[in-house]
Design a protein. Structure first.
Length: 356
């Protein structure tokens, strides 16, 4: 599925889904017959005949498009003039923030169980890959940390106003070690961290940080693993790829940075899957992320059954029992370093010969 971000609200759509059907709540004018003529801002959509017929050259250059003939064939970020109308929250609220790159998910639930979620580009989205962030952060720690913290604080305050949130009972953070340190302005090798600023960020009475596998793998991976059966492989396909294999007694994970989904990077992913999966097992694969469609052929070639999935943004709002399961998943998880694995190198050579 593709991700479609509209005014801080994320939707997921199958390939070729008509855009006007997916986001109709943002488009309904007084006269429903004119929905197709409505304008959106999305520079990544290639202008069509309808755009050239109904828009000026200046409008097209600004990224304005007519929605009538548009379909979802990739992940999109869209702005519309009409905004979604939200009901006001009541009583003390719980908040969760899932921090990743390049997006942040904020979920808010009131005392009656009413929930809303928002998605926005991270204040430090320019460091789209963890490799870039890890390289830049030590040289400009204070500036990057302040941009991240203040940007997060501003967005939370904005959503609180939109939903009429008066009191935040608790806030839960789901992220990885690197982003947590950057958010708090801590050195990348810090062992003792002062978490107290997080209460100010979320204006919350208490803050909880969910377990995460390591500095570069986000806690959302553990959240997804808790609800999956053994003999399952989770593949998160973004600019970085994370692979997480769930076995009966252990979890094994690895990651690949700066993936461009070229033939070479796909070959490396195929080799990684062969190394991580036990030879006598055929795991079921869940594909996540903006590039999930790009790796379908690998699963087919490897004879692996698969399905597309999206992370449960509300999972971090779960109860204490769920959190204890996350701790258990973390304890039984271990990192597999592919580059030092002779079997991985052998698979790369063998697959390269086959490609020739």
């Amino acid at each position: 599925m593709y991700s479609v971000l509209v005014n801080d609200k994320r939707y997921f759509a199958e390939d070729r889904t008509p855009l006007k059907e997916l986001i109709s709540e943002y488009l309904s004018p007084d006269n429903n017959d004119k929905i197709g003529q409505m304008k959106i801002v999305c520079p990544s959509l290639v202008p069509t005949k309808a755009d050239h017929a109904m828009l000026s050259y200046e409008e097209i250059e600004k990224g304005i498009r007519i929605i009538e003939d548009k379909v979802v064939d990739k992940s999109l970020t869209i702005t519309t003039e009409k905004t979604k109308q939200y009901k006001k929250m009541s009583g003390g609220c719980k908040v969760s923030a899932t921090l990743s790159l390049p997006y942040v998910d904020i979920c808010i639930m009131d005392e009656n169980g009413a929930k809303e979620d928002f998605t926005f580009l991270s204040p430090i989205a320019e460091y789209k890959e963890y490799f870039l962030l890890m390289h830049s952060y030590p040289m400009d720690r204070q500036k990057i940390a302040e941009k991240f913290f203040c940007g997060m604080q501003k967005k939370c305050a904005e959503y609180y106003r939109t939903l009429g949130v008066d009191e935040v009972v608790s806030a839960t953070i789901c992220t990885n070690g690197l982003l947590l340190k950057v958010l708090l302005g801590e050195k990348e090798d810090a062992e003792e961290i002062d978490y107290s600023p997080l209460q100010k960020l979320f204006n919350a009475q208490r803050v909880r940080i969910l377990p995460y596998p390591d500095d570069f793998v986000e806690g959302v991976v553990l959240c997804e693993s808790v609800r999956k059966k053994e003999n399952t492989l989770l593949v998160f396909c973004d600019d970085n790829i994370t692979l997480f294999f769930i076995d009966a007694d252990t979890n094994t994970y690895s990651y690949m940075w700066c993936v461009d989904y070229s033939a070479v990077s796909k070959l490396a992913l195929r080799a990684a899957i062969r190394v991580l999966r036990p030879e006598n097992l055929t795991p079921f694969v869940y594909l996540y992320g903006e590039h999930a469609y790009d790796v379908e052929e690998i699963m087919t070639e490897e004879g692996l059954p698969f399905a597309h999935a999206e992370k449960d943004v509300y999972a971090p709002l779960s109860d204490a029992a769920f959190c204890s399961k996350l701790e258990k998943e973390k304890r039984r998880s271990s990192y597999h370093e592919l580059l030092k694995d002779e079997d991985f190198q052998k698979e790369m050579v063998d697959l390269s010969l086959i490609m020739r």
